[in-house]
Design a protein around this ligand. Structure first.
Ligand SMILES: *[C@@H]1O[C@H](CO)[C@@H](O)[C@H](O)[C@H]1NC(C)=O
Ligand SMILES: *[C@@H]1O[C@H](CO)[C@@H](O)[C@H](O)[C@H]1NC(C)=O
Ligand SMILES: *[C@@H]1O[C@H](CO)[C@@H](O)[C@H](O)[C@H]1NC(C)=O
Ligand SMILES: *[C@@H]1O[C@H](CO)[C@@H](O)[C@H](O)[C@H]1NC(C)=O
Ligand SMILES: *[C@@H]1O[C@H](CO)[C@@H](O)[C@H](O)[C@H]1NC(C)=O
Ligand SMILES: *[C@@H]1O[C@H](CO)[C@@H](O)[C@H](O)[C@H]1NC(C)=O
Ligand SMILES: *[C@@H]1O[C@H](CO)[C@@H](O)[C@H](O)[C@H]1NC(C)=O
Ligand SMILES: *[C@@H]1O[C@H](CO)[C@@H](O)[C@H](O)[C@H]1NC(C)=O
Length: 336
């Protein structure tokens, strides 16, 4: 009898949470699970009826259902609060630049409507949960600047809608897997600055024909640049600098008709700069310094059009100067 009455006693008590809706109650529990040194969450008051006016919370104006949580730069800490996944219409979570720590839990996959997940610049550790690939609508995944380690899970080959993934500045130590070439929706693949095991650039990345940004700086890459990268007709930014790549610069790179920036510096590339690079009218930045290249710099490269005065200035600084550095390397080798 007493047990039966308990819920009613709770409802009748002068608890301030009396009128807060269920989603607000979940968020209030989330608040209790986090450290909040700057009291960023002081507006998360259980005297409100909905959480929709709380700092960092956005709701659908029609249903008052929470659609987004943005607690960027808020100095909050603690493990990732999976309880957030009880919010059934939540599509976006950002904890960018906080102290979220521990492993990312497997049950993050219960956030079924998530489209945007930004956990960059936190203290997350351990391996990536393979269940991330079970989020059917995930489009944006930014895990830059954490301490994730181990392999990129094989399940990642199954993402259906992923457009951007950044794993920059972590401790991943497997190889860059070929199955990333299965995520054909990708526009941005940023893997720079990880202590990967020595491995090739997977030729399968040439299947990512929607790709606009491919960032593989300092990834312990060996072997040759695959010809297949020339198939990336939408690529604007290719960065494979600071690796141990060898062989010639593939002629196929002259087919990157959208490319703006090519960074090849600090590898062991040999042979000549492909002449057709000068035909890439959208190319503005090319750095092939610190390699073992020989031969002439194609005249066309010096005649590429410049879009604006500020760009012209930056290119005078960046491009022209790197160009000279390259010229110097070539001259040295031609003489010796
Ligand atoms: C989620 O949104 C739908 C329609 O937009 C609405 O019917 C439903 O009540 C919302 N869910 C919650 C838990 O508020
Ligand atoms: C990170 O957040 C802190 C506040 O917690 C802020 O002072 C700092 O400027 C932020 N850093 C970046 C890079 O945004
Ligand atoms: C992250 O890794 C760095 C480098 O290994 C280490 O110094 C740091 O203590 C680690 N931090 C956490 C929170 O694991
Ligand atoms: C990648 O796609 C290929 C071809 O469709 C398929 O055979 C393979 O199983 C997929 N790999 C992963 C890890 O999803
Ligand atoms: C990915 O790399 C590009 C390089 O052009 C950079 O502009 C972008 O900010 C990076 N994105 C993330 C999420 O790190
Ligand atoms: C992906 O690329 C590889 C190598 O470039 C190729 O062998 C493979 O057939 C491609 N897979 C698909 C599904 O297009
Ligand atoms: C060139 O790359 C090597 C590792 O491959 C690294 O040790 C060195 O610091 C790099 N130099 C520059 C100027 O980036
Ligand atoms: C550059 O483009 C011109 C005009 O389309 C073409 O005739 C020439 O062969 C191209 N040069 C190279 C090296 O691909």
């Amino acid at each position: 009898m007493l047990l039966f009455l308990l819920p009613f006693l709770f409802l009748l008590s002068p608890s301030p949470s009396f009128s807060l809706n269920q989603e607000g109650l979940y968020l209030h529990q989330v608040k209790l699970s986090l450290s909040d040194a700057d009291s960023t969450l002081s507006s998360w008051s259980d005297r409100d009826t909905t959480p929709c006016s709380w700092f960092g919370v956005s709701c659908d104006p029609k249903t008052n259902s929470v659609t987004s949580i943005d607690l960027s730069n808020s100095n909050i800490g603690g493990p990732f609060p999976s309880l957030l996944c009880r919010l059934q219409n939540l599509t976006s979570i950002s904890f960018y630049n906080n102290s979220v720590n521990d492993n990312l839990p497997l049950d993050i996959s219960s956030c079924q409507h998530l489209q945007h997940l930004d956990l960059a610049q936190n203290y997350l550790t351990g391996t990536l949960p393979h269940t991330l690939a079970d989020l059917p609508n995930l489009r944006y995944l930014d895990l830059t600047g954490n301490n994730f380690s181990g392999d990129i899970p094989e399940s990642f080959g199954r993402f259906q809608k992923l457009e951007a993934i950044s794993l920059v500045y972590n401790l991943f130590d497997g190889i860059i897997p070929a199955f990333l070439g299965n995520i054909t929706t990708l526009k941005m693949l940023n893997l720079s600055y990880n202590p990967f095991s020595p491995g090739r650039i997977p030729p399968e990345l040439g299947n990512l024909t929607n790709l606009e940004i491919l960032w593989l700086t300092e990834c312990n890459l060996v072997g040759e640049i695959p010809d297949s990268l020339g198939r990336l007709k939408n690529l604007k930014d290719l960065d494979v600098a600071v690796n141990n790549l060898v062989g010639n610069i593939p002629i196929s790179l002259t087919e990157l008709t959208s490319v703006f920036q090519i960074e090849l510096y600090n590898n062991s590339l040999t042979g000549e700069l492909p002449r057709g690079l000068g035909n890439l009218t959208s190319l503005r930045l090319l750095d092939a310094s610190m390699n073992d290249l020989t031969g002439p710099i194609p005249d066309e490269l010096c005649r590429l059009p410049l879009e604006s005065q500020s760009l012209r200035e930056s290119i005078r600084r960046e491009f022209a100067c790197k160009h000279c550095e390259l010229a110097a390397i070539i001259r040295t080798q031609a003489v010796s």
